[in-house]
Design a protein around this ligand. Structure first.
Ligand SMILES: C[S@@+](CC[C@H](N)C(=O)[O-])C[C@H]1O[C@@H](n2cnc3c(N)ncnc32)[C@H](O)[C@@H]1O
Length: 265
């Protein structure tokens, strides 16, 4: 008798989030605009550059970049999220040629390069338990980049998370239409990971989504990881609280909730 193989949390959690949070369903919002503005600045993109958006989800960054004239490929594990991405593009750009959407695991990126740049946005990097898988993801990306290719990667800042237990309540209408959503974030110092629990309540129901558990690296550690993969130059910037900065900022241990790593070959 064969035993059922349980799907890892990251193959389930983001599709479930898309059901309660428009951001995960790929709706283009002002935060996505700010992220794309920063990406353009950090990567010095020029017209018609080829970009791969790794873990593109519902496609909000891929869509914006394609609309701005770049040639984008969005890769994601979830065919369901890629379907949403395609619909999101169509609803904004009826009939125009959109990004190329490809299903695939980031550790074995579908061969569709060479690209000028790769994106790992919104903590798409850090899902794996084993750092070997993170390293494999980066070397696989390098194989799909041109000789002067660049990567931008948005991460959680462990210095911030080590000192902040965060609980956020989203009342009905702010995320899910008629449900309360509570998110709690806790830092697991032993494993260097932020665990994010989501509880949904309402309509006589209460359920929890699979826990998101993201690996965090200090700036020095993330530079080492990117260099071990083969990148020559890596710089790390911070955020202003939860907001996307307009310009690259130094990492502030208490104020930067997120890190932005930029790696060049
Ligand atoms: C936090 S969401 C970010 C989505 C998108 N980058 C955004 O900012 O809207 C993480 C995405 O990574 C995808 N993902 C998770 N594990 C993956 C894997 N092993 N290979 C490819 N995609 C993966 C998920 O399906 C999800 O769409």
């Amino acid at each position: 008798m064969s035993r059922a193989v349980e799907a890892p949390w990251w193959a389930v959690r983001y599709e479930a989030m898309a059901g309660i949070d428009p951001v995960f369903a790929g709706v283009v919002d002002t935060a996505a605009e700010a992220q794309v503005d920063l990406v353009q600045r950090l990567l010095d993109l020029v017209d018609s550059d080829r970009i791969v958006d790794v873990g593109c989800g519902g496609g909000r960054h891929s869509i914006l970049l394609q609309e701005r004239g770049f040639d984008v490929t969005g890769v994601d594990l979830s065919p369901r999220l890629l379907r949403l991405a395609r619909e999101n593009w169509e609803s904004r750009n009826q009939g125009r040629k959109g990004p190329t959407w490809m299903p695939g695991d980031m550790r074995w990126l579908p061969a569709s390069g060479p690209f000028d740049a790769a994106l790992l946005l919104d903590h798409t990097f850090g899902v794996f338990e084993d750092d070997g898988d993170h390293l494999r993801t980066l070397t696989g990306i390098i194989d799909q980049l041109r000789a002067d290719g660049r990567v931008v990667c948005e991460l959680l800042n462990p210095y911030y998370w080590a000192h902040h237990n965060v609980t956020r309540h989203h009342p009905p209408g702010s995320l899910a239409d008629d449900m309360d959503v509570v998110r709690t974030y806790r830092f697991d110092a032993q494993r260097g990971r932020v665990e994010d629990r989501v509880t949904v309540m309402g309509r006589g129901q209460r359920y929890e989504l699979p826990v998101q558990s993201l690996r965090c690296w200090t700036p020095v550690e993330i530079v080492s990881l990117f260099k071990a993969a083969g990148f020559r130059r890596v710089t790390v910037h911070g955020s202003e609280g939860w907001d996307v900065p307009e310009e690259p900022l130094p990492v502030h241990p208490e104020e930067s909730v997120f890190l932005w790593a930029v790696a060049e070959l």
